[in-house]
Write a protein that binds this ligand. Sequence first.
Ligand code: NCD
Length: 334
Amino acid sequence: MSLDLAQGATSMLGGHLLSISDLGSEGLEEILEMAERFAEVERRSVRKVPTLKGKVVASLFFEESTRTRLSFETAAKRLSADVLSLAVASSSVKKGESLRDTVATIDAMGIDAVVLRHRSSGAPTQVAGWLPTARVINAGDGSHEHPTQALIDLLTVRQVLAEQRGIASAGTGLSLLEGLEVLIIGDVRHSRVARSQILAYRLAGATVRLSSPGTLLPASLEGWDVDVVEDLDDALTRADVVSVLRIQDERGSGSFVPSIGEFHATFGMSVARAATLKEGAVITHPGPMVRGIEIASKVADDPRCLVLRQVTNGVPVRMAVLFLALSSSAGRDG
Ligand code: NCD
């Protein structure tokens, strides 16, 4: 595959990816198709292309991460970019340096993109306003959004649906996702993944339903374009995709439910509940999973649970996002 930046499109607004709402359905489709092309690179013996040679990507994670950080950094390296990775725990942030000064310091070294995870909702948008040329990719901000995770979920579901029909996923656009019934279960209130999933699945023409204890639903669902399910067990029998979310203890969610055992009994993806799913239905989970709480251990290991396949797709999706973000930039010297 030969790809150079001139072949990139400009469907990502301003080259940043701060929210799924930065993408129209064309932008969403373009990322999924580009990710399929990069997935092919991942299957080669030499898993590297020169596309972003000479570009510098800074990885700034102010919150814990395993898969998101590793896959963004792997994606940048597969595209031959140089990666500056800030270990926040041992950085000057611990000496009281502000986010603005940290970002300005890194930018002064000459960067083309920043991948940012931060506990404050809206931090990537602020950073995008401070940087004159570099592109900002949101890798999860507070309980606001996690756009690349939603893109991974859609790509993975599209691939599985294509396999079920015996067709290639690449080239199917959004058609396989249109009309799907997606059921999101768990801590929607604090989940940035849920917000991005809702926007992305709606953009693709799927229906989205939520099932959650009342205390773990957002205070208002105005403008969300979703239904709240009254009867989880009935909704499960009709869902095509079940997205299971972790209780975000670090955002105080533990105090929103009377007990974790009760949450598991009422909303957990148990073996009994998984047995009621219709044929062909799949379960997604962004990880990390907490076995025995939002998902039973046996269900986590069930072939219908796509969690590891989602991780695998993390690299090509993030390659596509970095490629498209940087292809819409003239570059620091351009
Ligand atoms: C999610 C996150 O950090 O928002 N994980 C991820 O990036 N794959 C979900 C979570 O932490 O529950």
